[in-house]
Design a protein around this ligand. Structure first.
Ligand SMILES: Cc1cc2nc3c(=O)[nH]c(=O)nc-3n(C[C@H](O)[C@H](O)[C@H](O)COP(=O)(O)OP(=O)(O)OC[C@H]3O[C@@H](n4cnc5c(N)ncnc54)[C@H](O)[C@@H]3O)c2cc1C
Length: 589
């Protein structure tokens, strides 16, 4: 890619993300090496709330009594009664406004439902997430009052199921490459849709679908993507395949759809014409948060099972738990699940606090939680040995169910590159401004002075990481040191590669991984800060949480520092050369 192409790609991305890029949220500040304390709300403490706790208990009971994950997996279907039951419990409209029949729950409380479901049945959790997080949510955020009144009540009750149709054969990770077209009719009453969608969760069973299609630009420029509300009774709507046979989350209906000259009235445009990707990216932010919650539920289940087995199984006259290599796994699992949980609820609290933007935090949460869960399931599987390989244990099913997590709603590698580039964008702009200012130092004295002051400050000391509890001062200082390193490495990467950084994915991956773990560390410390001030908490539990959190912080510190070292001492070029040789051989064979 040359500089012009890179510039063009960046401009396209900027247009899609729009003013979301302008807001300096907590995660974006990390890339400057700053700790934006004011942007991080307190960790949610979950004080008792009779109504909410009753509903959560009902969901738990319902899972135990009515949702059979083994049968759902075997039959590749979530029974209609289960869907109806979830609707009656309020699960399918939990965050929707009360005026539309929803419970108007916060994102934080909704995550608790998804945690319960994720710990019980991966397929059911995905079904609920696909319906709620990315279906009606789009209507709440972007729908007109008429659209909301028309569609939301039945979606909230579960009478109608929704689906979100973006992916096509040529538009996977490259969501902007949607080929489905929506041509305005000559009478101006609507659009004719033509194209196909694949791998759409609930696609063949939904009564309402949000479909992304390409509309011509009114000024004759490049066509843009628009979101449409589609119903299966529209003439020209075809379910090519309702339930594609698949590896995991088998209870969900993953469908192929086609549209043939399908008329959609203009009243069904969701959001502004040409702003469909904005709709898609915004609702995916919510979906990614609940991904964190369902991963937390599944991970907690595994950790409990791993401990049980490590205490019970005896080999070489010892329990498995007495071997150090087993202890290493257990400690990783416990710390991982704690970190994942902290990041999930902190991110949900961030959304509930009404901050302007949270796309980086949700992307970081999604990547972190899906990868940690994958390792936790794998380690649990390993601990169970041959036992885990058989279908009378839940682990092979859980492994199949979890495999989609690092692919769906943004493949993790794509999200890592995205996180690094969006995070570094403002730092790059500041540096560019400084370089320009340096060419006319006298007229730009103020700008240069401000930059020099900040620079000097960051060289001498890291940012202040605010904690209320004295016991956490050491942890806060360690985080501050990591932030300083992040800021320095981001600047160095930008100065070294300039626009070429867009293609330097080895480095983008490292920067994203470091920033993500730093964000997770901040969530863990913020949670500890709330925990240590909690007077009601049982002392044993407090000590165990502190021990868990400290272990996570310690291990993360080592990983992050190692990542920074590797940025400047690595074998990236050799890896590229070998991969290129492989690709060339593959072409000529
Ligand atoms: C069970 C299931 C349910 C789904 N449900 C829905 C749904 O409800 N609605 C919907 O619209 N879609 C859905 N999808 C589609 C899903 O969102 C896509 O699979 C996902 O976006 C990735 O696209 P892809 O599979 O075409 O992978 P590709 O885009 O082909 O990417 C494959 C791999 O290539 C690598 N890669 C790609 N691009 C880059 C890059 N820029 N940099 C580095 N590496 C890269 C990554 O490792 C990636 O994992 C579902 C998929 C499945 C399997």
């Amino acid at each position: 890619m040359n500089d012009d192409q890179r510039q063009q790609q960046m401009e396209q991305a900027e247009e899609i993300l729009g003013d979301r890029l302008e807001q300096l949220d907590f995660a974006k500040a990390l890339f400057f090496g700053r700790y934006a304390a004011a942007q991080l709300p307190p960790y949610p403490t979950f004080t008792a709330d009779a109504e909410r706790d009753r509903r959560l208990a009902e969901v738990r009971d319902y899972c135990q009594q009515k949702i059979d994950p083994v049968a759902i997996d075997r039959n590749a279907r979530i029974p209609d009664e289960v869907i109806a039951g979830l609707g009656q419990l309020g699960v399918l409209g939990a965050c929707l406004p009360k005026s539309c029949g929803g419970l108007e729950w916060s994102q934080t409380d909704y995550c608790r439902i998804l945690e319960i479901l994720g710990g019980h049945c991966g397929g059911t959790a995905l079904f609920v997430n696909a319906h709620h997080s990315i279906g009606p949510r789009a209507l709440v955020l972007f729908g007109t009052p008429e659209q909301q009144q028309k569609w939301l009540p039945k979606l909230a009750s579960g009478e109608w199921i929704s689906a979100f149709a973006l992916t096509e054969p040529e538009a996977g990770s490259d969501a902007a490459n949607v080929q489905t077209t929506a041509t305005p009719t000559t009478d101006g009453k609507g659009f004719l849709l033509n194209g196909e969608k694949r791998w759409i969760t609930n696609g063949g069973i939904a009564q309402v679908l949000t479909v992304m299609a390409r509309t011509p630009s009114p000024d004759g420029g490049e066509s843009k993507i628009t979101a449409f509300l589609v119903t299966p009774d529209m003439e020209g709507f075809e379910v090519v395949e309702e339930r594609m046979e698949k590896c995991g989350v088998r209870g969900t209906a993953t469908s192929r759809l086609a549209f043939h000259e399908m008329f959609v009235p203009k009243e069904n445009v969701l959001g502004r014409q040409g702003k469909g990707l904005r709709v898609a990216l915004t609702v995916l932010d919510f979906g990614r948060t609940t991904f964190g919650a369902s991963c937390t539920g599944a991970a907690k289940f595994c950790v409990a099972k791993a401990v049980e087995h490590a205490n019970r199984r005896v080999q070489f006259q010892q329990t498995l738990g007495s071997f150090e290599l087993v202890k290493e796994k257990l400690a990783y699992m416990q710390a991982g699940v704690y970190a994942m949980e902290s990041c999930t609820y902190q991110t949900a609290a961030l959304i509930d606090s009404g901050v302007g933007d949270f796309m980086l935090e949700t992307a970081m949460l999604k990547v972190f939680s899906t990868e940690v869960l994958w390792r936790i399931i794998n380690d649990t599987f390993q601990l169970y040995g041959g036992l885990a390989y058989f279908t009378d244990q839940p682990f092979e099913r859980m492994m199949r169910d979890a495999r989609i997590n690092t692919i769906g709603e943004g493949a993790n590698d794509v999200l890592r590159a995205f996180t690094a580039l969006v995070g570094m964008r403002d730092v790059g702009m500041e540096l560019e401004g400084v370089l320009k200012a340096a060419k006319k130092p006298l007229t730009n004295l103020v700008q240069l002075g401000q930059f020099a002051g900040r620079k000097l400050g960051s060289l001498l000391a890291g940012p202040t990481v605010v904690v209320r509890s004295e016991a956490l001062e050491n942890d806060a200082q360690q985080l501050s040191a990591l932030l300083r390193l992040l800021g320095q490495n981001v600047e160095r990467a930008l100065a070294t590669y300039q626009l070429e950084i867009v293609d330097r994915q080895h480095q983008l991956g490292r920067i994203a991984d470091a920033a993500t773990e730093i964000y997770v560390c901040a969530c863990v410390i913020n949670r500890l800060d709330a925990l240590l001030r909690e007077s009601q908490l049982d002392e044993k539990r407090r000590r165990f949480e502190l021990q868990t959190a400290r272990y996570y912080l310690r291990a993360a510190n080592t990983r992050i520092r190692q990542g920074f070292k590797t940025m400047w001492d690595n074998h990236d070029e050799e890896a590229n050369a070998l991969a290129n040789a492989m690709l060339q051989r593959g072409q000529s064979e």
